[in-house]
Every structure is written in structure tokens, then in C-alpha cells.
Design a protein around this ligand. Sequence first.
Ligand SMILES: Cc1cc2nc3c(=O)[nH]c(=O)nc-3n(C[C@H](O)[C@H](O)[C@H](O)COP(=O)(O)O)c2cc1C
Length: 211
Amino acid sequence: MNIADIRTDYKLMTLSESRVAGNPFEQFTQWWQQAIHSQIDEVNAMTLATVTKDGKPDARIVLLKDFSEKGFVFFTNYLSKKGKELAENDSAYLVFFWKELQRQVRISGPVKKISPEDSDRYFYSRPAGSRLGAWSSPQSEKIASRAILEENEKTYLEKFGEEIPRPEHWGGYAVMPESIEFWQGRSNRLHDRLLYSLQEDNKWKIERLAP
Ligand SMILES: Cc1cc2nc3c(=O)[nH]c(=O)nc-3n(C[C@H](O)[C@H](O)[C@H](O)COP(=O)(O)O)c2cc1C
């Protein structure tokens, strides 16, 4: 199979100004519910793009754990590479690709840490093994071998037993959208793209972009 010959013509659905919600959170909620009903694998997996202070981009997948007008929330290690990048430059982009629905959503805006109480609420809902993992992995650091992780896990298990507290360096971030773009694949590469941008008066403007 020649890579250059791999392509899909998108014919499932359309997206029009006259039928979308005036508020992008309502629109996202509709698409989210459709994605959930479509039983998409890892529906909450999204690409998180960050930028270093020298303007170098970086990106990786994280899991969406909550969304509201207050932001799109994910959890991670605040001392990880992404955590350091966000401390230097709070601009971020999130990208979802729900291929079964031929849809992409792009969300941009500044990121802030959520409250320790909200991080606690999620942390303590996680299985014990995941809570231990937050202690055992110095995320993004170079380690000599996998054995180090397993030793750390043993050490922290002995230290905490069943009562594993949330490390201060682990918690949530919220991306607070300034723009959200909804992309619906269409035939012959003439896709639908609607961009919601937050205006100074806090209202959302909707514009169509060429595909
Ligand atoms: C499906 C999937 C889900 C992931 N979810 C998370 C997540 O929610 N939080 C997280 O910190 N890393 C998550 N990761 C791991 C990240 O992609 C990444 O390897 C890690 O966060 C380190 O990134 P960094 O070195 O850029 O900070 C996930 C990876 C995959 C493939």
C-alpha cells in the first residue's frame, strides 16, 4: 500500500451556521454527547500543544476529565516537561480527532492550574495503583531503567500503605478557551469549518473558515 494513496472522502454529516449553537460550549456539549453515543475509543484523548519560552512547540496526548465554561480540564505532573512549559508560557492548544464522526475540534487559550480542592477530588477518585504512580514516576525525567519505577512504587507503597495522598506536584490544569473551531469533513476536501472567537465584550463571534 502506497502511503500517498491513503485517503478518505468524508460524507457523513454537514455543519452550518444556521444550525450550530450560539455558544461554543453548547456546541461542544452536543458533539461530545454524539461522540459518547458513537462509542468512540478513547473519546476523551486529546492532543495538548504547548510552547517553550523560546517559541518551540511541543505536543502530546492527555485525557479530558471535565469541561465547562470555566475550562477544559486535564491532569498531569506539574513538574513534567509540559508543566514546565506551561509555567513559562501559559498558551495552549487542544485538538480532538473523532474519526468515526469525521470531526475535529481545536481549542486555544491560556491555561491555569485548577484549585487544590478540585485536584484532590479527582485524585482521590482514582484507583490506588494510579495514585501510587503519581508518586513513583518523575514524569519526563531521564531514568536509567524501568527498575527505578518499580523500586519507587515499592518504596511509596511501603510508605503510604492504602492511604496515598495527592503529591503537591500532581494536579489539574484548565484550558480557558479564547477560540474553538469545529471541523466537519465533507466531500472533495470542501470541509465545513466554523470558528468561535471570544470578543472583548465576552460574546462569541462565529466565522466560517475555508477548508
Ligand atoms: C491515550 C493517552 C492518554 C494519556 N493521558 C495522559 C494524561 O491524562 N496526563 C498525562 O500527564 N499524560 C498522559 N499521557 C502521556 C502523555 O502523552 C505524555 O507522555 C506525558 O504526559 C509526558 O509528557 P511531557 O513530557 O510532554 O510532559 C497519555 C498518553 C496517551 C497515549
